[in-house]
Design a protein around this ligand. Structure first.
Ligand code: GLC
Length: 732
């Protein structure tokens, strides 16, 4: 449909019809205009797959058989692959399944920067570095939207904690906003051509993000040229006039009093009252519906030429398994205990309740009604077959539901209730248990842990090998709350420590969506493997890595601090703050802080081992352009696989300003390549660094600047391991 046709359509819409199109009239949809052939607009969560269907007017699941879907690795797992091709492939799968399930917009991906490891929704996001986020979000968006489905990049912006998420007011410098918190969204919009952006619940500098004109008009529309739809988070609109004037196109919420939404009757009344100059008011609502019709047109919703999509295709399991494989991060492997040898292990002991736990149903709106989910225990059985006896010991007692929103009979509408909590309560599990019930529960848990610990230690004595699978669950990694600390729950520290005493060769694997505190046992462990909520194929992928069918190639997308009190948001800034939270750490988030302030971490950003060894050498740089407006440098280096196993390395390129005019981080990631090399193979790699690789945001000129001067270009295996350095000089 041409722009003229769309304008003609807009001119035919009544005020009421326009109002109906710009606010929800169902949990996940807005009204269409049948007489003009405009369909309803149907959205669905989320980043890990297409969420189950609910009743139209309440978050009460229908419980039918048709909405089991593919369960994709969480966004942190995807980021841990550092594989742009897998980002595209998983985005394509997500978009195909969203179309196949009749959706017009998938509310994904989530890309908020991991400012603190305690953020409950870290698992839904892509880590701490804006460059890695930008490089991974673009192919995800492109993949999704290839299927005539809109992505919806979220949560715009600075939604970096769950505590007081509905109203916390974020104070952050313009420089940190521009250098850290916005680049992923900018890439998604400008490079990815994303058709949807979701406003965040929180405020930025005193104004709710869902109707913040600086974010939604000045930056998103005027600077970035965004032509798609801005959607509020569910219940994120709080003011009718601001919603009219400040750039939100579609108000969604969790209640079914649709006509009372801020952009429903109250907006109609505001316009008809004349409180806003009529011409302006009508221009503003036309703009909203224009964005919606533009996206509908782009999705072929108006011309009958739309892709139909599908879901649960068996051939898609390959990309899910490959993504899960490449997300596994090998953090320790002393004495080459790993990979385990199938031929030598006839009696395997698997300890840890996370070996047996399925995580898809948890996490809040990212929950998934998975067609299936292979747990690590099942993956081990699948891989080893019938000639290996596998004994399972839970090791610790965990009878949590794994979903703080699960309709426990207390609530028909867990998601809606989660918004009814004031900030304080949002910090803890929405428990309806009385105090003595929790004490009773704690006493029972300790008794059971004692029992399970004894049974696990007894079983460990005569096993050929012991694999521990612990970590977190979605009672800790979840929307609606942050963790209070990084400690492993269910008394796992004691269990792991005792297990390592009995079996120092225990293979320790953790399944989690965010960093945990390992200080109690990390020095006693010879092995450590980190696997995320890695989707329906996660359990077999982990098993394949542990037994060497797959060479691990995951790298941490976020720093693992020793403990939460080392985190810059706590040391230099505020977390979680109160009515307001000040990002006092400014740009020094993640490795930008630990590196620059020499604070040791348990494991650094970008870290990941392999079963083979890589050597990266011979970095050299050639300045291609050196003007005030254009700077570019060709960086080359060689990488070799000097081990005896094929594998993939992630070559990371960091840049540092040798004599910065303003305080800068010691180095920043500005390029990376994932390279698969056969044993003995050497590859020359060439990358181009553009001006933005040398730029910082200058608040005085309110623009990015790349100063003349000397820059170091570092070739690294991770943020703590620079293997080669060269320098370039810009004269202008
Ligand atoms: C939730 C989340 C958002 C989700 C939306 C719809 O509260 O913040 O990520 O897409 O509401 O469920």
């Amino acid at each position: 449909m041409t722009k003229e046709k769309i304008e003609e359509l807009i001119s035919q819409l009544t005020l009421q019809e326009i109002i109906d199109m710009i606010h929800g009239n169902g949990c996940f949809c807005t009204k269409g205009v049948e007489r003009l052939g405009i369909p309803p607009f149907v959205t669905s969560d989320g980043p890990r797959g297409v969420r189950k269907d609910f009743e139209n007017d309440a978050f009460k699941e229908l419980g039918l058989s048709y909405d089991y879907v593919s369960y994709l690795p969480c966004n942190t797992a995807l980021a841990a692959t550092w594989n742009r091709e897998l980002a595209y492939a998983t985005g394509k799968l997500l978009g195909k399944e969203a179309r196949g399930r009749g959706k017009d917009m998938i509310l994904a991906p989530g890309i908020n920067i991991m400012r603190t490891p305690l953020c409950g929704r870290s698992f839904e996001y892509m880590g701490e570095d804006p460059y890695l986020v930008s490089e991974m979000v673009v192919p995800v968006v492109q993949g999704i939207e290839e299927n005539d489905v809109s992505s919806c990049v979220k949560h715009f912006a600075v939604n970096n904690q769950e505590t007081r998420r509905l109203d916390v007011d974020v104070e952050v410098s313009e420089r940190a906003l521009r250098e850290l918190y916005l680049p992923g969204f900018e890439a998604a919009v400008k490079k990815g051509k994303a058709k949807g952006v979701m406003g965040a619940y929180n405020k930025l500098r005193g104004m709710h993000c869902c109707h913040n004109d600086y974010l939604l008009i000045d930056i998103l529309r005027k600077e970035w040229g965004f032509e798609g739809i801005t959607v509020s988070d569910w219940g994120g609109v709080h003011d009718t006039e601001e919603a009219l004037m400040n750039g939100i196109d579609m108000e969604m919420s969790v209640t079914n009093n649709y006509d009372s939404y801020y952009m429903a009757n109250p907006l109609l009344e505001l316009i008809e009252s004349g409180a806003v100059e009529q011409k302006t008011a009508y221009a503003k609502i036309d703009e909203k519906v224009r964005h919606i019709l533009h996206v509908m047109n782009e999705l072929h919703m108006l011309d009958g030429k739309r892709k139909s999509g599908t879901y649960n295709d068996y051939q898609d399991k390959a990309v899910l398994r490959q993504t899960a494989r490449e997300s596994v991060v090998l953090l320790k492997n002393n004495n080459h205990i790993l990979p385990l040898d199938k031929k030598k292990i006839k009696k395997l002991l698997v300890v840890g309740e996370n070996a047996n736990r399925q995580h898809a149903p948890g996490g809040g709106s990212a929950e998934i009604k998975a067609l299936y989910e292979i747990t690590p225990l099942m993956g081990l059985h699948m891989l080893l077959g019938g000639n290996t006896q596998i004994e399972y010991q839970p090791g610790y007692f965990n009878d949590d539901i794994g979903n703080i929103w699960a309709n426990t009979g207390e609530s028909e509408n867990g998601q809606a209730d989660s918004l009814n909590q004031d900030g304080e309560k949002a910090q803890s599990l929405p428990s309806t248990e009385s105090k003595d019930q929790s004490e009773e529960k704690l006493k029972h848990q300790k008794e059971m842990n004692e029992k399970y610990l004894k049974e696990a230690l007894e079983a460990a004595k005569d096993a050929d090998a012991v694999i521990y699978v612990g970590g977190l669950t979605h009672d800790y990694d979840t929307e609606g709350q942050d963790r209070n600390d990084m400690k492993l729950p269910y008394e796992q520290d004691r269990l792991i420590s005792e297990l390592l005493k009995v079996r120092p060769d225990t293979v320790v694997t953790l399944v989690a969506g965010s960093p945990v505190d390992m200080a109690a046992w990390i020095d006693s462990a010879d092995t450590l493997v980190y696997s995320w909520y890695a989707g329906m194929e996660g359990g077999i992928a982990l098993a394949e890595v542990l037994f060497g069918d797959v060479n691990p190639s995951g790298h941490l997308p976020e720093s693992f601090p020793v403990t939460e009190s080392d985190c810059p948001a706590v040391v230099l800034g505020e977390f979680p703050g109160g009515d307001q939270v000040t990002y006092g750490e400014d740009i020094f988030v993640g490795y930008r802080y630990y590196d620059t302030y020499d604070v040791p971490t348990a494991f650094p950003f970008g870290y990941g081992l392999s079963y083979t060894d890589f050597v990266m050498t011979g970095i050299r740089a050639e300045v291609l352009e050196d003007t005030a407006d254009h700077k570019s440098v060709k960086v080359s280096f060689d990488i070799s696989n000097i081990g005896d196993m094929a594998g993939a390395a992630v070559a990371q390129v960091y840049v540092a300003d040798k004599y910065p005019k303003v305080k800068k981080a010691d180095k920043e990631l500005k390029a990376f390549e994932k390279l698969y090399l056969e044993p003995g193979e050497t590859r020359e790699v060439a990358l181009i660094l553009e001006k933005d690789a040398f730029s910082y945001f200058d608040e005085e000129s309110h623009s990015f600047q790349a100063d003349a001067g000397s820059y170091m270009i570092m070739l690294a295996k991770n943020a703590d391991e620079v293997v080669d350095v060269t320098e370039v000089e810009f004269t202008s």
